[in-house]
Design a protein around this ligand. Structure first.
Ligand SMILES: Cc1ncc(COP(=O)(O)O)c(C=O)c1O
Length: 449
């Protein structure tokens, strides 16, 4: 507690203008933020500008940024190539609600990366991508029910706001997780159209499918569960799901909003060698622009021509598609992947070494450009493990202590992971690790008490 008091007062001392500005925003905007997740105690710092790998706040502090816009910024901030392309497009028009040639250009770039993707539609966010992919899958299968994994996040439309962060007392049976609606305002009946399965337990998934034969038409998974830190699939879990989907005629959807283009050029489908029927994408495909996409097997995607609705005024705007094409063609190159993967490894090893040297109990999970540190006895394996074993309060000490050192280690909250961008350098990794080294002894001390 004493540690937190010190850390919080240091944060307050460094950010008085942020506090005043936040209070002003709060008067006009619920929770003082544009996405409720961004509100944290005592108050968030207010960003003035960003460039390269650095965020600058209104008090003149700078933060070496490994949050990178909740993982949307694998290209880093204001990448010169994106800025140049966008500037040119600004002069030629930012929105056409008629077809234009960037549609095919951008779709071809995604198809090159995702083997199973024959056809692509564009959206403006990850939420829209999962919403439309699920609708298309339901239309194709002719079945209403969706199967999702406990603890996985797929955005904020009603059908996926179920059993994402179930409180410990309401989890239900490990093999039959309870269906818990996450938001006021979501009709209770929504839960009747969704089933929830545990992660990494193929037998449990199979049993649920057997109980709902011919009811479940779509299965959506985050191929790495990324909203409990990072929990990878074990053994042949993802392929096992593929086989079960084939057996039960279910559309298999990979939600690659976080993994796509980040853990490999072709996301988790490439990294784990799996062929989903549909893939949802957003975040880092767009170089910090609000763009999403979903795509997949031709016969499923053609449902959009047969009654599965997909409309949107801003879908496929030339502005965001020109950002996407620039990112995919010119920035996320093979060399860029080598660079970020090396840095990711270096950061992960550095954390592990510092924890060992200072006696901090914790684990690093790292897959190429993304990684996370959990201060737990064992590696976190699923949502329940996260709830039971991650001390969120302790993680808060770490996160704010790092901010006070000028490093934003990952988005706020123990459930999140860092993003290494193409603009980070080994010197940035070293600076990140120096900051952790500086705060580690006090954290170790706190953990002991
Ligand atoms: C796996 C996953 N799917 C979907 C979404 C929703 O994306 P968006 O915030 O762009 O709506 C997120 C957001 O973090 C996500 O992590």
């Amino acid at each position: 507690m004493e540690l937190w008091t010190d850390i919080e007062s240091e944060y307050r001392e460094r950010t008085p203008t942020s506090k005043d500005d936040y209070e002003e925003i709060y008067r006009h905007v619920p929770a003082g933020v544009a996405s409720t997740y961004r509100a944290w105690d005592p108050y968030p710092f207010i960003v003035e500008r960003a460039a390269g790998v650095t965020l600058h706040d209104v008090d003149g502090n700078s933060y070496l940024d490994f949050d990178m816009n909740n993982g949307a910024g694998m290209v880093g901030h204001a990448h010169p190539k994106v800025t140049e392309a966008i500037t040119e497009q600004l002069h030629d028009g930012t929105l056409f609600t008629h077809p234009h040639n960037l549609l095919a250009k951008a779709a071809k770039e995604l198809k090159k990366r995702w083997e199973p993707v024959d056809l692509v539609r564009f959206t403006n966010s990850g939420t829209e991508s999962t919403m439309h992919a699920i609708r298309t899958a339901r239309a194709y299968s002719g079945r209403d029910k969706l199967l999702k994994i406990e603890g996985s996040y797929h955005g904020v439309h009603d059908y996926v706001l179920i059993s994402k962060s179930t409180p410990e007392g309401k989890l239900g049976h490990p093999e039959r997780p309870a269906k818990v609606i996450e938001s006021e305002g979501v009709p209770k009946k929504t839960a009747e159209t969704v089933e929830v399965a545990p992660w990494n337990d193929l037998d449990a998934v199979e049993a649920i499918l057997k109980d709902h034969v011919n009811e479940i038409g779509a299965l959506i998974v985050e191929p790495i569960v990324m909203n409990v830190g990072m929990t990878q699939p074990y053994g042949d879990f993802l392929q096992g799901l593929r086989d079960l989907c084939d057996e039960h005629n279910i559309v298999y959807i990979f939600d690659e909003v976080k993994t796509g283009v980040k853990i490999a050029p072709g996301g988790a489908a490439e990294y784990y060698g799996i062929e989903p029927d549909l893939v949802t994408m957003a975040k880092s495909i767009g170089g910090n622009f609000p763009v999403g996409a979903f795509g997949g097997r031709e016969e499923v995607m053609r449902e959009i021509e047969n009654g599965a609705a997909h409309f949107g005024t801003y879908n496929g705007s030339p502005l965001v598609l020109c950002a996407m094409v620039t990112v995919l063609q010119e920035i996320l190159t093979d060399d860029a992947y080598e660079h970020v993967n090396d840095l990711g490894e270096s950061l992960a090893e550095g954390y592990q070494d510092i924890m060992e040297d200072t006696g901090i109990t914790g684990h690093v999970e790292n897959v190429n450009s993304q990684g996370t540190v959990s201060f737990s006895e064992e590696t976190i394996t699923d949502y329940r493990d996260y709830v039971a074993n991650v001390d969120v309060g302790f993680h808060e000490n770490y996160w704010f202590a790092m901010l006070n050192q000028g490093v934003l280690p990952h988005p706020h909250d123990a459930s999140q992971q860092w993003t290494i961008s193409v603009q980070h350098s080994q010197a940035d990794i070293d600076e990140h690790l120096e900051a952790f080294k500086a705060v580690a002894p006090r954290l170790a001390n706190e953990q002991e008490t």
